[in-house]
Design a protein around this ligand. Structure first.
Ligand code: TUI
Length: 309
């Protein structure tokens, strides 16, 4: 099986998650320059903002980078065209089914790795021409599915014959080794890169993630079809209280409106949406992206060597 770094022409078998309002051109370029596949996240942007970020990223790195198209973005249709015009070479998608765009992207020669949280969509997207898939378990931060990485990845691997990248719950070399053991060709990581020096989030956000323990995240909105993993804080507790009491999505959205921007830009970690994965409990310090990636692959090698000993 080919590793993700060979498939994508990068140094490390790691994709940086396309985190909304966080994965800017400069962060994506920093991750690409450090040896991963950097992604610009379109969440919170309009089409022209995303276009400007793509152009900026080209000036900041000569290495491969890509775009994550978050399909709940109201501009998704327009963005799907624009990325072709701008000559983007690698795309991931999230929070929806990108089937209707696949033909256009394939004929432009773009490599596409949609994020899936279930086997049925994985099979459909393989038929639609996806080059690979990112199987994301519910351990992830932000918008999540229901199945854990441990259960999802091997089921997706068995269902398709294209490369599968594991995501959700991966922050160190042991978990990267586990991803390989499950049949993945590499990993996508988000939370462990939130606490990088280069990550452009507010210091309070980084500190909150560094301080978090294993049970400090929760999923809000499952009952109303809007499941989002965030750090437990004042807003999360209020949200869950109202959700258990039977509030509608419309009522609940009043609590989260602008919450991610509040956390990312203003550092409001009390009423903001501090999105992060369950691995927040195992990241404790802010380090350069390069060091985080190097530890992931070194730790993975050491783990595999230890298993063979
Ligand atoms: O997309 C993500 N994670 C995200 S997107 C996001 S932006 C946001 N901002 C404010 C509130 C809520 C979200 C934050 N985090 N991960 C990829 C992912 N995709 N996880 C799960 C899925 C998924 C779910 C259902 C992919 C496809 C899908 O298919 C449904 C269908 O239509 O078939």
């Amino acid at each position: 099986m080919k590793k993700l770094n060979d498939l994508l022409g990068i140094e490390f078998p790691i994709i940086q998650g396309g985190m909304a309002n966080i994965a800017t051109a400069s962060f994506a370029a920093a991750c690409s320059n450090a040896g991963a596949m950097g992604l610009i996240g379109c969440g919170g942007m309009n089409t022209e903002q995303l276009r400007a970020e793509i152009r900026k990223c080209k000036t900041l790195t000569d290495k491969p980078f890509g775009v994550n198209l978050m399909l709940m973005n109201p501009c998704a249709d327009e963005m799907a065209e624009m990325v072709v015009e701008e000559g983007v070479r690698f795309l991931t998608t999230g929070a929806g089914n990108p089937s209707k765009y696949m033909e256009k992207w394939k004929s432009a020669g773009i490599r596409v790795y949609p994020v899936v949280a279930a086997v049925a969509l994985a099979k459909m997207l393989e038929r639609a021409g996806a080059d690979g898939l990112i199987a994301e378990g519910t351990e992830s931060g932000g918008h999540v599915g229901e199945t854990t990485t441990m259960a999802l990845v091997p089921q997706v691997v068995d269902a398709v014959s294209i490369p599968v990248v594991a995501a959700g719950g991966i922050a160190d070399g042991r978990q990267l080794a586990a991803a390989y053991a499950l049949g993945a060709c590499g990993a996508q990581v988000g939370t462990c890169l939130l606490v990088s020096e280069e990550c452009p989030i507010h210091q309070n956000y980084k500190e909150a993630v560094c301080k978090a323990r294993d049970r400090d995240t929760t999923v809000t909105g499952r009952s109303v079809g809007a499941p989002v993993r965030i750090l437990k804080n004042k807003m999360a507790r209020e949200y869950l209280k109202e959700e258990y009491a039977g509030a509608t999505l419309e009522q609940l959205e009043k609590l989260t409106l602008g919450g991610l921007r509040r956390a990312v830009f203003d550092g409001d970690v009390s009423t903001g949406s501090v999105m992060c994965g369950q691995v927040a409990g195992m990241v404790h310090e802010v380090r350069p992206v390069r060091a985080i990636l190097q530890d992931l692959v070194d730790g993975c090698r050491a783990t595999i060597a230890g298993l063979q000993a």
